[in-house]
Design a protein around this ligand. Structure first.
Ligand code: AHM
Ligand code: MG
Length: 311
């Protein structure tokens, strides 16, 4: 008898979305297209000199920065996909309409940590998907999917569609294959990852939280949110912060492209998120470039830190 659905040798992202997540085909196709964009971005990171030498190549020719190239790659796949009503990204000032009657809107940071490209540190892409064409006025709790891609020594993709958080690795023929299912975050952390650290001078609560962690936790901070939060998901514990101070009153990170998708993923993994007063998932989006303080990771640590730091 011929099986209708042969089991692949290694579980592909497409297979996982279809048989584990059980999402509609349109959402599966969109996530697979985003993974194709990530594969192409990874190729650009390796094939071009973009960002390595201050904007010019060895012949002195001006080069497109990698973040701009990455944005164009994602936009290409979103326009080609057919189910995308609108999108907004860190590289665009406003929401861009594609096909207003289509099913989904996509928010993304095409290349997070782009200031680290010349240092050859790990960098990433972040994606969030909403139903419908409207992004302003929503809250990240309405996300129906989120994913990130980490371009490090290996290229990893982590996604959730509301049924756990799952990790994939890009193989040598350009396919994402399953690495680990159901990543979880324990209630108590051992690592801390403190962003916008100069805010400790303006915010005694942040300084107090830092003093606590210095004696109880181990520092793990790379300067790329994707890498730093991936560390929490893979180690199964930890806390990441980027909170407000005099220079950035609401912290450095953007609600729409950065804080929202990561709050969704961490809460899906059993961790918590806070802006100091409420879950990041309940912060309403009023502008595409809106910043939000973020405290995410192990639930007990997040609760304690939110109390100390406040909003
Ligand atoms: P980018 O999107 O312009 O690359 O900046 C965002 C990055 C995050 O990845 C990281 O967490 C943060 O900036 C680093 O901030 P800090 O300089 O406060 O450590
Ligand atoms: Mg970013």
């Amino acid at each position: 008898m011929v099986s209708a659905a042969p089991i692949p040798r290694r579980t592909s992202l497409n297979w996982h979305l279809r048989h584990h997540a059980g999402v509609p085909d349109s959402l599966r196709h969109l996530l697979v297209d985003l993974s194709r964009a990530a594969r192409d971005i990874r190729h650009e990171i390796h094939a071009s000199e973009g960002g390595l030498s201050g904007g010019t190549n060895i012949f002195g020719e001006q080069q497109l920065q990698l973040d701009v190239m990455s944005d164009q790659i994602v936009e290409h796949y979103l326009r080609e996909n057919g189910s995308v009503a609108s999108f907004c990204s860190e590289e665009h000032d406003d929401v861009v309409d594609v096909r207003p009657s289509a099913e989904y809107s996509v928010v993304f940071d095409p290349l997070d940590g782009s200031s680290l490209v010349d240092a050859n540190f790990a960098i990433g892409s972040i994606f969030g998907i909403y139903r419908g064409s409207v992004i302003i006025g929503r809250t990240p709790r309405e996300l129906i999917a989120a994913a990130y891609v980490l371009y490090g020594p290996r290229t990893l993709l982590v996604y959730s569609t509301g049924n756990g958080v799952h990790a994939f690795v890009l193989n040598e023929v350009g396919e994402f294959v399953l690495l680990r299912e159901h990543l979880g975050v324990a209630d108590k952390g051992k690592n801390f990852s403190p962003g916008n650290l100069s805010a400790i001078h303006d915010r005694p609560g942040y300084k107090a939280a830092l003093d606590t962690w210095l004696s109880s936790h181990t520092l793990r901070y790379s300067g790329c949110m994707v890498a730093d939060i991936h560390h929490i998901l893979v180690k199964g514990q930890g806390i990441f912060t980027n909170v407000g101070g005099a220079k950035y009153p609401d912290g450095k990170l953007r609600l729409v492209f950065e804080c929202g998708p990561f709050a969704y993923l961490i809460e899906q993994a059993g961790g918590a998120s806070s802006d100091g007063a409420q879950s990041i998932l309940d912060v309403r989006i009023v502008r595409t470039d809106q910043r939000s303080p973020i405290i995410v990771g192990s639930a007990v640590d997040v609760e304690q830190a939110a109390k100390q730091i406040g909003r």
